[in-house]
Design a protein around this ligand. Structure first.
Ligand SMILES: N[C@@H](CCC(=O)N[C@@H](CS)C(=O)NCC(=O)O)C(=O)O
Length: 338
């Protein structure tokens, strides 16, 4: 009886703790600042610029959530995390949201107490090699030394692919990003394997002569990258998910940071709902009705963010590809705000 009672007590306590940790929106609003976990510095996605201001596609998502919650995209604190540290930082409450090139997998969504809140970049794992290696295809990598970062999905994906293709290789697995990049640049390994976006970023921003390197044509996996929040906090999951959705849907409707004020006059009911002219969507999430207007005005739509950070307007020059709108043959399909 005693045991049963203490078990019930423990369950209630756990429940109360979960409840206490659950209201991230309240915590963030009271604190007056949103804490986002990013990389330690990975150009195009999350890295400080020459002035020390964090920029990138993932930083824009963090800014978008702050714009939705506070009406001010600058009320953020960036918490740089390496691949290994990221999930613990989210689980422990050190960050409110993980906005960091993180692949959504079944294991991560179910076994770590966290859950994804959308996809902001469809990617796949690839290989970067120095041209001097004389290799044109990943199938020629037999016997190669391959650099990888600890705590990434890239380790297992590569092992599975190599087994299936009878390629034997020597993994060199290193914990921090700069060290793994340096190991590759100094020739300690023949190949760098990670998400293709990461390879494009490393080639342009970390290697002295980008033209001496080549990304091989094989993409060996699906790496859908997206933000994560803690499980059990559906209201917060909604805020993050719909902030990203608003950026994507704004692009679909042609609403940009430059024209959002004119769009307030639009007769399109979808646009009127999104921008809060017709109220409801904001109140449903405990946010101001201008939540999406503030995102678009201060951060821009998904296409604007893509182009300036990783696309044509950036050194990375990544093509929209899978990240184009569904209306343009891509996979970006925002769920409707209505
Ligand atoms: N998408 C993969 C890989 C993501 C990842 O962590 N990639 C490394 C190599 S590009 C990275 O971003 N490192 C930056 C850092 O640790 O600061 C995953 O979720 O495991």
């Amino acid at each position: 009886m005693k045991i049963a009672r203490s078990l019930i007590g423990a369950t209630l306590l756990l429940g109360a703790m979960a409840g206490a940790q659950a209201a991230t929106l309240d915590v963030v609003q009271k604190r007056g600042e949103l804490r986002c976990g990013t990389t330690t510095g990975f150009a195009g996605f999350s890295a400080p610029d020459a002035q020390g201001v964090w920029r990138g596609l993932d930083v824009d998502l963090c800014r978008a959530v702050a714009a939705a919650v506070f009406g001010d995209a600058n009320k953020i604190k960036i918490v740089p995390l390496n691949s290994q540290q990221r999930f613990t930082a989210l689980q422990s409450g050190e960050i409110d949201v993980l906005t960091r090139n993180t692949t959504v997998t079944q294991q991560r969504d179910t076994a770590l107490g966290i859950i994804h809140a959308g996809i902001n970049f469809y990617d796949g794992q690839g290989f970067l090699v120095p041209k001097s290696l004389g290799v044109q295809s990943a199938t020629e990598l037999n016997g190669a030394t391959i650099c990888l970062q600890t705590g990434t999905s890239n380790e297992n994906t590569l092992a599975d692919w190599a087994r299936a293709h009878n390629v034997s290789y020597k993994p060199v697995v290193i914990e921090t990003f700069n060290e793994v990049v340096n190991a590759f640049a100094s020739g300690r390994c023949d190949v760098f394997s990670t998400d293709a976006s990461g390879l494009a970023s490393i080639r342009i921003s970390k290697l002295q002569n980008p033209d001496d390197y080549l990304v091989l044509p094989e993409i060996i996996s699906k790496e859908p990258l997206g933000p994560f929040v803690r499980q059990g906090d559906d209201a917060w999951l909604n805020v993050v998910h719909w902030s990203l959705s608003a950026m994507i849907e704004a692009e679909e409707y042609g609403i940009t940071s430059a024209n959002v004020d004119q769009q307030l006059q639009s007769a399109n009911p979808n646009i009127r709902r999104m921008l809060g002219v017709t109220p409801g969507a904001g109140a449903n999430m405990g946010l101001d009705e201008k939540w999406a207007y503030n995102i678009i005005k201060q951060v821009g739509n998904y296409g604007e963010s893509f182009e300036r950070n990783v696309g044509a307007g950036s050194p990375l020059k990544i093509k929209r590809g899978l990240n184009a709108q569904w209306t343009q043959g891509g996979l970006m399909y925002a769920l409707p705000i209505r």
